[in-house]
Ligand binder design. Structure first.
Ligand code: FUB
Ligand code: ZN
Length: 585
C-alpha cells in the first residue's frame, strides 16, 4: 500500500546519534562550505554571470550545483533551528542566483562565462539540465522550509523555459546527467504546474534510445541510454546518473499511475540490492566510469562507492518506499545512511570522502585525490559529494516517519517528536547503540489508528509491548500509552554471497544497523595476514572513542582484533582497513 511523506515540519529529531551529526553539519560543515564556495570561485561565478564582477568561469562546468545543494541544506537548517547567519547566507546567495538568470529564464554560469552563452550544444557532457535540476530542488526546499519564494520564482521561470525548449517537435533530447526528472516532478508537486510533470515524463521516456554519443571508451549504458527505463532489469552505467534517473522515473511512475514502469523499477532495485550493493549499502563498484559493476562484481578494495551514489540510492529507496509501503526499502535506507553516507564525512564535519572503499591494503598507493588512501579531503575539484551530504543530513527529519489512511509508520529509529494532525508521539531511544525504542503517545483522535514500527531486516527477533503487555498496534490510543520495541542490537558475523569472488571465505562484523571494520592501528597482527576464528564477540561501550562508539573484540588467529563502526574509520590516522576479513574455521 502506498505511503505518504508526513507534512513538512511534522517530525523533528530531538537527540541521539543523528542530532549530533545534524549539529556538526550545521556548526562545522555548512559554514566551512560557505567559505570554500567563496574561495574556489563558485559563488563568484554567479556575480560574474550577472555582470556585477568581471572575469571568467572558475571550477568544473557543473559547479553551480555546489551552491544549489548548499542552499538546499541552508534552507532545511533554517527550519530546524533558524539563525541570522543562515538567513544571511540564504538571502545573499539566492539574490546572486536570481541576478544571474537570463531574461528568458535560462540560468547557467558556465554557459554564460565559458561558452559565450551558447546553450544545449553538448547535451552529453554539458550538465545544463543537471544544474537546472539542482536549482529546482533547492527552490522547493527553500519555499517549503522557509516560505521564501526567491528561488522558486527563478526555478519556475527556468522550468517554463525548459518546457518551451524541450519535447516532441521542439529540441528532442535528454541530458547526459539525469536529475532534472525528479526535480521537475518535485516542482510540479509544489506548484501544480502539469507541464513540469509532462516534461519529466518526456525525459524518462526519451532516454534509452541511443540519442547520446558516449564519451571515450564508454558505451551508451554510461548515461543509461542503452535501454528504455521500462525495459531495464539490471542497473548499469555511472552510478549517480543511474540512481537519479531511477528516482525520477519512480516519481513519474507514481504521478502518472504507470504500473508497468513502477514494476520495472522495483525489479531493477531488487537486482541492485541482491547483487550490486556492498554490505555498507554503497553502490557503484567500478572506478572506470564511476559505474555499477555486473552482478556480484563487488571487490572491497577496488570499491568506488561514491558518496553521492549512496545518497542517490537513499533518494530512490525513499520513493519506492512511498510508492509501495514495503519496508525493505526503508531497510536499505537505514543501512546506507549509517554506513555508506556518513562514512563520507569526518566526525568533525570538515573533510570528506568521495570514494568509500571497504578495504585499504598494506602499502596502498593513492593515485587520485579522491582515493580513500589520502584520507578525507576538505573539498574537491569535483565537489558534488560534500554539499550532498549537507542537504541529506539537514533534511533527515523527513525520513523518520511516513503515513497512510490507517496511521503513521516509524521508518528510522531516533529520538524524535512526531505530530501530524490529531496524532502525536515522542520516540526515545539510544539506537543504534542499544535496541530499545520507546514510543509515547502525546496526542490521539478517539478513533482507532495504527502505529507502524518497522522491524529491520537485520533483526532476527524482536519484542513489542504496549503499556507492558503484548497487543495489536491498531487500536484506540490514549495519551500516555507507551509502546516498547526491543530489537536485538548485538554483534553478529555476516558471511558474503559466495558469488562474490573477492570476499569468499571472509566474514564481516555487524551490530544493529552498523557495519564494522578493522583498522590496522587497533591490531597487532597485519590485517592482510591474519584471520578471525570462531568465538565470542565482546562488545565494549567506549564513550571516549571516536565520538562515543561500541567496539567489538573478535577472536583472531594471533590474539584479538578490535572492530569499530565503519563510518568512523580514518578519523584517527589513515592506514590499512578492512570490512571483510578472512575467517579460519
Ligand atoms: O557529473 C556530475 C557529478 O560529478 C557526478 O554525479 C559525480 O559522479 C561526479 O562525476
Ligand atoms: Zn559526489
Amino acid at each position: 500500500m502506498p505511503l505518504r511523506p508526513l507534512p513538512f515540519g511534522s517530525t523533528s529529531i530531538t537527540g541521539g546519534f543523528w542530532l549530533e551529526r545534524q549539529r556538526t553539519n550545521r556548526d562545522a560543515t555548512i559554514p566551512a562550505a560557505a567559505q570554500r564556495l567563496e574561495e574556489v570561485g563558485t559563488l563568484e561565478n554567479f556575480r560574474r554571470a550577472a555582470g556585477t564582477e568581471s572575469g571568467g568561469f572558475a571550477g568544473k562546468l557543473f559547479a553551480d550545483t555546489d551552491v544549489y545543494k548548499w542552499l538546499e541544506a541552508v534552507a532545511w537548517e533554517q527550519a530546524r533551528e533558524p539563525s541570522p547567519q543562515l538567513a544571511d547566507w540564504q538571502s545573499g546567495a539566492s539574490a546572486l542566483v536570481a541576478a544571474a538568470q537570463e531574461p528568458d529564464g535560462y540560468l547557467n554560469t558556465h554557459t554564460r562565462l565559458a561558452l559565450g552563452g551558447q546553450r544545449y550544444g553538448d547535451l552529453e557532457k554539458g550538465h545544463e539540465l543537471y544544474c537546472a535540476g539542482h536549482l529546482l530542488q533547492a527552490a522547493v526546499a527553500q519555499v517549503r522550509a522557509t516560505g521564501d519564494r526567491t528561488l522558486l520564482d527563478v526555478a519556475s521561470r527556468f522550468a517554463d523555459h525548459l518546457c518551451k525548449t524541450f519535447g516532441p517537435g521542439r529540441l528532442e533530447g535528454v541530458d547526459g546527467h539525469p536529475l532534472i526528472e525528479m526535480a521537475l516532478v518535485e516542482l510540479y508537486r509544489e506548484t501544480g504546474t502539469a507541464a513540469y510533470l509532462e516534461l519529466a515524463s518526456y525525459f524518462v521516456e526519451a532516454r534509452g534510445h541511443g540519442t547520446l554519443t558516449p564519451p571515450g571508451h564508454h558505451g551508451p549504458a554510461y548515461f543509461q541510454d542503452h535501454l528504455p527505463v521500462r525495459d531495464v532489469r539490471t542497473i548499469a552505467g555511472h552510478a549517480v546518473r543511474a540512481l537519479y534517473l531511477a528516482a525520477g522515473a519512480t516519481d513519474v511512475a507514481v504521478e502518472t499511475g504507470d504500473a508497468e514502469l513502477l514494476d520495472a523499477l522495483q525489479a531493477t532495485w531488487q537486482t541492485m540490492v541482491d547483487s550490486q550493493t556492498y554490505l555498507t549499502g554503497g553502490v557503484g563498484s567500478r572506478w572506470y566510469g564511476e559505474a555499477f559493476g555486473d552482478p556480484f562484481e563487488l571487490p572491497p578494495d577496488a570499491a568506488y562507492c561514491e558518496t553521492c551514489a549512496a545518497i542517490a540510492s537513499v533518494q530512490w529507496s525513499w520513493r519506492l518506499l512511498l510508492a509501495t509501503g514495503e519496508s525493505k526499502y526503508a531497510d536499505l535506507i537505514e543501512r546506507t545512511l549509517y554506513n555508506a553516507v556518513i562514512s563520507g564525512v569526518s566526525l568533525g564535519g570538515d573533510s570528506f570522502f568521495y570514494v568509500n572503499t571497504l578495504k585499504v591494503r598494506h602499502n596502498a598507493f593513492a593515485d587520485d585525490q579522491r582515493s580513500a588512501v589520502g584520507g578525507r579531503q576538505p573539498w574537491f575539484g569535483t565537489a558534488c559529494c560534500p554539499p550532498n551530504v549537507m542537504r541529506t543530513l539537514s533534511s533527515l527529519d523527513q525520513l523518520v516517519a511516513t503515513s497512510d489512511d490507517d496511521g503513521v509508520q516509524v521508518q528510522l529509529y531516533a529520538p524524535a517528536s512526531v505530530r501530524m494532525g490529531s496524532i502525536g508521539f515522542d520516540i526515545e531511544t539510544e539506537y543504534p547503540w542499544h535496541g530499545t525504542v520507546r514510543v509515547r503517545i502525546t496526542a490521539t483522535p478517539d478513533t482507532p489508528w495504527t502505529l507502524g514500527l518497522r522491524i529491520p531486516a537485520w533483526a532476527d527477533s524482536h519484542r513489542l509491548t504496549i503499556n507492558g503487555f503484548e497487543g495489536p498496534l491498531r487500536r484506540v490510543w490514549s495519551v500516555g500509552d507507551e509502546v516498547v520495541l526491543e530489537l536485538p542490537v548485538t554483534a553478529r558475523r555476516t558471511t558474503p554471497d559466495e558469488r562474490i569472488d573477492s570476499v569468499r571465505g571472509c566474514v564481516a562484523i555487524e551490530r544493529g544497523p552498523l557495519v564494522y571494520c578493522f583498522e590496522q592501528q587497533d591490531a597487532d597482527a597485519v590485517l592482510d595476514e591474519t584471520a578471525v576464528v570462531p568465538g565470542e564477540l565482546i562488545e565494549r561501550d567506549q564513550p571516549g572513542l571516536l565520538g562515543g562508539v561500541t567496539t567489538i573484540e573478535v577472536p583472531a588467529r594471533d590474539g584479538t582484533l578490535t572492530a569499530i563502526p565503519y563510518y568512523a574509520w580514518a578519523n584517527r590516522t589513515v592506514g590499512p582497513m578492512t570490512v571483510w576479513i578472512r575467517e579460519d574455521a
